[in-house]
Design a protein around this ligand. Structure first.
Ligand SMILES: Cc1ncc(COP(=O)(O)O)c(C=O)c1O
Length: 366
């Protein structure tokens, strides 16, 4: 990989943009409007509970069907949930992880970091072909199978039948299937509870627009949750009770946050489609009503990193495909207020077209 997400976001771009069309979350939410917000500031700042405040675990469980609060572990984002799950496996020097697609590089880097051999299975538009490839890749050495649905950055989304079939494979090989549901808007779509071998991870970072709370979770059997909790004691002990209290209030008010996400995603997808329709250099691979980001392909003659750098020079953050090992693509956040998205897309159009934009803007569209 020529450039990592970490380098792009936290080093090269940090402090250089005023408009964020890069992060894959819905625009940051205003938490001061949640009922009971004023009381949160009086929460005693102790350690709380290692598995998360009971009321937060209950509020998370209530989002799903048939999930018990005992099956929920609160973590520092879905990222910590993922790392705890991987660390809770019995890893030997022959252990393997099978990662399906996953442009989210931590899914491959983290298992490798802790000593698993990682086998990646490239996404295929045909689920039958993909399933056959997964079945081929899984062996008795496989400890964990990982899939993100919807996937970041492509937006690829698995059907329930596919997830159930992969769960059957995981079950047969005594592996854990981690389903990353960071971008699942509708809890009815969740794989939580479909099998004891399935562990779901998610959080408040994306659709709720609150990455700064660092509140995520894992939903798994009580036994797996317990093993992860033992690991958590060695890493972060517990989450911040202040953030957990805010998260509880947010989840109790969850429908409003998700409705806001849907509105922003819908209008963002529409704006982006109009924008791209007058730019021959850009084609939309994925821009959906239920996802906060779009995945764009740009003309072969253009360098996606150079385009992202030109936008950054004008104070707009977008994500170049290079950080996902896919040069020639851009990930653009669309769940933004219309006025911000319009401004950012104008800058991006200039970054894509260079001086030739004048020809296109004659009609006033770009
Ligand atoms: C697919 C996916 N999983 C997990 C994460 C980590 O998110 P967080 O730790 O903020 O919940 C991200 C962040 O972008 C992501 O895209």
């Amino acid at each position: 990989m020529t450039l990592t997400m970490q380098q792009w976001i936290f080093v090269e771009s940090y402090g250089r943009y005023t408009l964020d069309l890069g992060d894959s979350n819905v625009e940051l939410a205003d938490i001061t409007t949640v009922p009971g917000f004023a009381e949160i500031t009086t929460v005693p700042l102790g350690y709380g509970h290692q598995a998360g405040l009971p009321e937060l675990r209950a509020a998370i469980a209530a989002r799903y069907h048939n999930v018990d609060p005992a099956d929920v572990l609160v973590c520092h984002g879905a990222q910590e949930a993922f790392s705890l799950l991987v660390r809770s496996l019995e890893i030997t020097d022959r252990s393997e992880a099978v990662v399906i697609g996953s442009g989210w590089s931590q899914h491959t880097y983290y298992p490798a970091e802790v000593g698993l051999s990682v086998v990646t299975v490239a996404l295929d538009p045909c689920e039958h072909t993909l399933l056959a490839a997964v079945a081929e890749a899984v062996t008795w050495r496989t400890k964990v199978i990982v899939v993100a649905t919807p996937e970041n950055p492509t937006g690829w989304t698995a059907s329930r039948d596919f997830i159930e079939a992969v769960a059957d494979i995981a079950d047969a090989y005594d592996a854990v299937l981690v389903v990353d549901e960071e971008y699942v808007c509708d809890p009815d779509m969740s794989a939580a509870g479909i099998s004891d071998c399935v562990a779901v991870i998610s959080g408040l970072s994306k659709l709720h627009g609150l990455p700064g709370l660092r509140i995520g979770w894992c939903i798994a059997t009580a036994d797996l949750v317990d093993r992860c909790t033992q690991r958590k004691h060695l890493t972060t002990i517990s989450n911040s009770v202040l953030c957990e209290s805010i998260a509880t209030a947010v989840l109790r008010d969850g429908d409003r946050f998700l409705a806001r996400a849907r509105t922003l995603c819908r209008s963002g997808a529409h704006t982006l489609q109009e924008w791209a329709s007058v730019l021959p250099q850009v084609s939309i691979v994925n821009a959906r009503d239920d996802l906060p980001f779009a995945w764009l392909r740009i003309d072969k003659s253009l360098d996606s990193l150079a385009v992202a750098r030109r936008a950054l020079d004008e104070g707009v953050l977008v994500i170049p495909g290079e950080v996902f090992d896919r040069p020639g693509y851009l990930r653009v956040a669309i769940a933004r207020p219309p006025v911000d998205l319009d401004r950012g897309l104008k800058v991006l159009a200039r970054a894509v077209c260079g001086p030739r934009l004048d020809l296109l803007t004659a009609g006033g569209r770009a």
